[in-house]
Design a protein around this ligand. Structure first.
Ligand SMILES: C[S@@+](CC[C@H](N)C(=O)[O-])C[C@H]1O[C@@H](n2cnc3c(N)ncnc32)[C@H](O)[C@@H]1O
Length: 129
């Protein structure tokens, strides 16, 4: 797996070097979704939720952007893929952001804990979550 560092808004991210993003990537990142993440971050910065879960965090782009914007909030980044979890840890360190990182199925973490803001960004339908 080869990685490069990119910048998205105020954060830096190690992302997998690949020309076209597919769900077969070992650690997913899609640069075409930056505007979508901008909107989510804007919504979060208006409502200022105390406890946030990015439950399918992939490279950590969304959760780390929330953590960077909302210093008072507790931000949990979760992904069931261990490769993602390892990169999220590196990306949190790269940006000196304190977040909690979990390696669970989204449905498990959402049953175990309560959150004020839940980001669900699966491949395909969110109905199962
Ligand atoms: C579309 S990507 C998320 C992209 C990310 N939110 C972003 O903005 O860059 C979907 C991610 O969900 C993870 N995933 C898929 N099914 C999951 C599940 N049941 N529980 C937790 N993570 C899951 C995958 O490993 C993948 O990293």
């Amino acid at each position: 797996m080869e990685f490069k560092i990119i910048e998205e808004n105020k954060i830096k991210l190690f992302v997998q070097k690949i020309k076209i993003p597919t769900k077969k990537m070992e650690v997913f990142y899609n640069a075409d979704m930056v505007f979508d993440r901008d909107i989510s971050e804007a919504i979060c910065s208006i409502f200022k939720p105390k406890k946030i879960c990015d439950c399918m965090a992939a490279s950590g782009a969304r959760g780390l952007r929330y953590a960077s914007e909302l210093k008072e909030s507790e931000v949990v980044l979760n992904d069931k893929n261990i490769n993602s979890v390892n990169i999220i840890k590196k990306n949190a360190e790269l940006n000196k952001l304190k977040v909690r990182i979990e390696n669970e199925d989204a449905n498990t973490i959402l049953r175990k804990e309560k959150f004020d803001f839940i980001d669900i960004d699966p491949f395909g339908s969110p109905i199962y979550f």
